[in-house]
Write a protein of this length. Structure first.
Length: 452
């Protein structure tokens, strides 16, 4: 098998497999951050003037948001330049599209655009694939209804139509789920509301919307709540002004090659230009506690966000207790953490995982079943996952059900790179929702994986 050349197409569909690979070595650039990419398109489309975005993650989820912005905003263009793709967005005012906005698999796209549509005072209908149709939207629709919006949903699920409300009212709300998507939807709607909207966030979650709103000229205030959280206040009636955005690399995607290096003997991998916003780095903090040889190098600031090159070397790891308070800062990294934990010595106990039940799949169930199939040892409860590590390679030799979940697919392929026997996954197509170059990047580091 050729370990230096991708066996599969760039956008892998169908089954894929990964088999034991020599040391993974070298450096690669992280793909653009998904959260920041969605927000750059949405805020750019709301702002007056031309917003220029570089480093946008051109993955299926983000391209769905770009398509939605094309239906709502005056102009969204992609130019090819010597430095790579340049997205130019001529924003505001928005129009009500005749056709439904189709957000595919993307919860972030659907939820943030619902808030933005409310704030822009246009009407729009929303739909998505089977997975997105099964995910809870009431958490966003509820506060939007409190602001005065009429919604057509059945049981808080897609499809849903939002009816433009011209006298949207500010609200005071406490987040009951630590969700940046819900927080962002409320803040985007608040831009068009009368009065000052106050959001109490009892547990801090990613703050890219707040940072980017400030970069686009909005005024908002953040005050500590005396505990773990904060209050955010934003006045309605503010307009945004276009600005240039450089999208940093995605720590949630960088997690896969770095985790692969930690569990594959002899490896030494660097992923360049990764966002290290402290509200996104819980995974890396946990790895350090497990004894991982992992370093943030060349730390710098780009477009108002902290960025670093992250280097990981194969390490002898031990199990740890991961507190519930860390969940918001690593919510998308639990599947790959579970794979790392399965290779560590001792037990890793992860708490506060209830949100994993309503991601692209029930990630607790997907991980538990997948680990059992490849010789791992995991147990779970409603909001916890316990993994007993083997202190080395897993057996492998099984076909994993991904449940159309990109992060389950990538996590189990990483397990295959260190496995005694190859690990196969039932469907690689969803990997393109967040990391279209996954196969190319992993093979460039020496991984033997591809579409089977
Ligand atoms: C995201 C927030 C998280 C995360 C998702 C992206 C965002 O979801 O799981 O992949 O960009 O705001 P929740 O905020 O619903 O936890």
């Amino acid at each position: 098998m050729n370990a230096t050349k991708a066996r599969g197409p760039r956008r892998g569909g169908g089954k894929a497999d990964a088999r034991q690979s020599g040391p993974l070595t070298g450096a690669a650039a992280a793909p653009g951050d998904k959260s920041i990419s969605h927000r750059a398109l949405i805020l750019g489309a709301l702002a007056r003037g031309e917003t220029r975005v570089r480093g946008l993650l051109e993955a299926d989820d983000v391209l769905r948001t770009a398509a939605a912005m094309r239906m709502l905003a005056p102009e969204v263009e992609r130019d090819r330049t010597r430095e790579g793709a340049l997205w130019r967005i001529a924003g505001a005012p928005w129009r009500s599209p005749e056709k439904s906005l189709y957000l595919g698999n993307s919860g972030t796209g659907a939820r943030l655009i619902m808030g933005a549509v409310a704030g822009a005072k246009v009407s729009a209908a929303f739909d998505g694939d089977a997975s997105l149709r099964s995910r809870p939207m009431g958490r966003v629709l509820e506060p939007l209804r409190m602001m005065g919006l009429e919604t057509s949903d059945q049981n808080g699920r897609l499809p849903v139509a939002l009816e433009a409300c011209q006298d949207l009212k500010a609200i005071t709300v406490k987040l009951t789920t630590p969700s940046a998507q819900v927080k962002s939807a409320i803040l985007l709607a608040a831009l068009g509301a009368q009065g000052v909207t106050r959001v109490h966030e009892p547990e801090l979650c990613r703050d890219h919307t707040e940072r980017m709103l400030a970069a686009f000229g909005a005024e908002l205030s953040m005050t500590p709540d005396g505990g773990q959280g904060r209050f955010i206040e934003i006045a309605g009636g503010q307009s945004l002004t276009a600005c240039d955005v450089i999208v940093p690399g995605d720590p949630s995607s960088a997690a896969f090659p770095l985790a692969a290096a930690l569990i594959t003997p002899g490896s030494d991998v660097t992923v360049r230009g990764v966002l290290v916003n402290p509200l996104r780095t819980g995974f890396y903090e946990t790895l350090r506690e497990m004894g991982a040889d992992i370093a943030f190098e060349n730390e710098r600031e780009e477009s108002g966000e902290p960025v670093a090159d992250i280097r990981a070397r194969h390490s002898v790891l031990h199990g740890v207790e991961v507190p519930a308070s860390r969940a918001p800062s690593m919510i998308d990294e639990y599947p790959i953490l579970a794979i790392v934990a399965a290779h560590a010595h001792g037990e890793t106990m992860m708490h506060g995982l209830e949100e994993l039940r309503v991601k692209e799949s029930d990630r607790i169930a997907s991980v538990e079943a997948g680990l059992a199939a490849i010789g791992g040892d995991a147990a779970s409860g409603p909001d916890w996952l316990r993994v007993r590590g083997k202190g080395g390679a897993l057996k492998g030799g099984a076909l994993i059900k991904t449940h159309h979940d990109h992060r389950i697919a990538m996590s189990f392929l990483v397990a295959g790179l260190a496995g005694e026997k190859p690990v196969e996954i039932d469907d690689a197509s969803m990997i393109a929702t967040s990391f279209p170059d996954f196969f190319a990047l992993m093979t460039s580091l020496g991984g033997d994986l591809g579409v089977s």
